[in-house]
Design a protein around this ligand. Structure first.
Ligand SMILES: [Zn+2]
Length: 457
């Protein structure tokens, strides 16, 4: 019965519904499914063609880019290949906050475009605009990347999310609830505040609705899996996959979630500004970039880093002409992966081993350490630590902000200092500071580490 409905949904309900909204995503999905198997070289050619057109039009129509590029001596004619992208000045979140109006093309108004904004997890939200067409291509990219995880438009998805604002309002309106479940194929679970009762409700809802896929914040999913394990709860069915996004997932936690829920995790990297940026295929060896839509560079000291090296992620949206985002510093750090993936897709790959720009600590001698990974490791392994956050104001010192769990003892102090020395060496002093709670941004993304001296800042 379920399979029959899913087939009907995929071939009838979804196409009709999106057609009604003017989103003809099917054609784009088909195209993306074709181009993902082009060779790496062919994909770069496609990117260059799109980039060149975007750069020309932005110079002609967007006052911000014209002025900024003139100031930096960059002219579109200088762009001869993708290797020349470093000539184009980068754009910060602050630029977008300040100059958004001048980034919009002069032949468009805000009314012609679709407004969106970031959740503001790293400070002020960023408001941006896109072509209505871009809404459709973004949806198409998401459909393609979901399919890599065996998840289609018709698959019922449990969205385990830590941010109430992202959850479509589900009031008493029966039509809302119907539409959400039978058309969008979503069951939303809000994890912005979790307690015993809520988790039990989640479990019961999930076991009743039997969603094929989970789309989750990594750590919300981890908490939920732990809850199931502690109470010996198991689903009566086997889900297909978990798409884990928005946060770093430590390997041991990943394995634990997979064991408890009983299906593989597919890591996903996305942002509000650009939608899906990259995600894992079934080989789970790095994430394939959504490269037909986005040019992703990984830079350090202004240059693309070699595979295996850490660099700051810089993104150009190749398909949004209404308010172009060109070489946008999204404040994440990643590592390009060398070679061709076993799945045969030519899309380049990236690993996000560490997280955001401010997640990186730096020692006086210049060693770079992922503070986020360190926090996750210590929270999992140090005895009786409830939560932790690292703060670095200068290279010689790192503050460990700790919320003690029950039974916290001085052995834990020693353990943390010992591990800190392993990660950071002798030249960094570890200062332990005990706090009642660690303030978290409204977005629900956890801030593991705040470094004011990150090498990528
Ligand atoms: Zn692959």
């Amino acid at each position: 019965m379920r399979n029959l409905f899913e087939t009907f949904h995929k071939h009838v309900i979804h196409p009709l519904w999106t057609w009604k909204d003017g989103e003809y995503s099917a054609a784009y999905v088909k195209e993306f499914e074709r181009t993902q198997y082009l060779s790496a070289g062919e994909i770069r050619d496609l990117q260059f063609e799109r980039l060149r057109k975007l750069i020309r039009e932005s110079y002609e129509f967007c006052p911000f880019y014209k002025r900024r590029w003139d100031e930096h001596g960059f002219h579109p004619d200088r762009l001869k290949s993708l290797d020349d992208t470093h000539l184009i000045p980068m754009v910060s979140k602050h630029d977008v906050q300040r100059y958004a109006d001048e980034m919009i093309r002069t032949d468009k108004t805000k009314d012609d475009l679709v407004r969106n904004m970031t959740g503001g997890s790293t400070g002020e939200p960023v408001v941006f605009y896109m072509d209505p067409e871009r809404v459709t291509t973004r949806a198409a990219s998401t459909i393609r990347h979901n399919r890599w995880a065996g998840v289609d438009v018709c698959t019922l998805k449990a969205t385990v999310w830590g941010h109430p604002r992202d959850i479509r309002t589900l009031g008493e309106d029966l039509w809302d609830a119907f539409r959400e479940k039978w058309i969008y194929r979503n069951v939303f679970l809000d994890t912005s505040s979790l307690d015993e009762r809520k988790m039990m409700d989640f479990f019961e809802t999930l076991n009743r609705e039997k969603p094929g896929a989970f789309i989750t914040y990594a750590n919300s999913m981890y908490l939920f899996a732990r809850f199931m394990e502690d109470r010996n709860l198991r689903f009566d069915y086997t889900p297909t996959s978990i798409i884990s996004t928005a946060e770093i997932l430590e390997d041991s936690r990943r394995a634990e979630i997979e064991r408890i829920i009983g299906c593989p995790i597919y890591n996903r990297y996305g942002s509000r500004e650009t939608s899906v940026i990259a995600s894992e295929c079934d080989r789970h060896d790095g994430m394939h970039v959504n490269a037909e839509a986005l040019l992703l560079e990984t830079v350090k000291d202004g240059k693309q880093v070699a595979p295996g090296e850490l660099g700051e992620v810089v993104i150009t949206d190749l398909l949004n002409y209404g308010m172009p985002l060109i070489r946008y510093r999204i404040r994440d750090v990643g590592t390009p992966v060398a070679g061709v993936c076993g799945c045969g897709r030519g899309l380049p790959r990236i690993k996000l081993s560490g997280g955001r720009v401010t997640d990186f600590l730096v020692t006086p001698s210049g060693k770079i350490v992922s503070g986020a990974s360190m926090t996750i490791f210590l929270t999992a392994n140090a005895p009786n630590v409830q939560r932790m956050q690292l703060y670095q104001a200068r290279p010689e010192q790192v503050e460990f902000r700790i919320v003690k769990g029950d039974g916290y003892a001085s052995e834990t102090d020693d353990y943390i200092r010992r591990e800190a020395r392993k990660y950071l060496g002798d030249e960094v002093e570890a200062v332990l500071k005990f706090v009642d709670e660690i303030e978290q941004p409204a977005s629900g993304k956890l801030l593991y580490c705040i470094s004011e001296v990150s090498p990528f800042l």
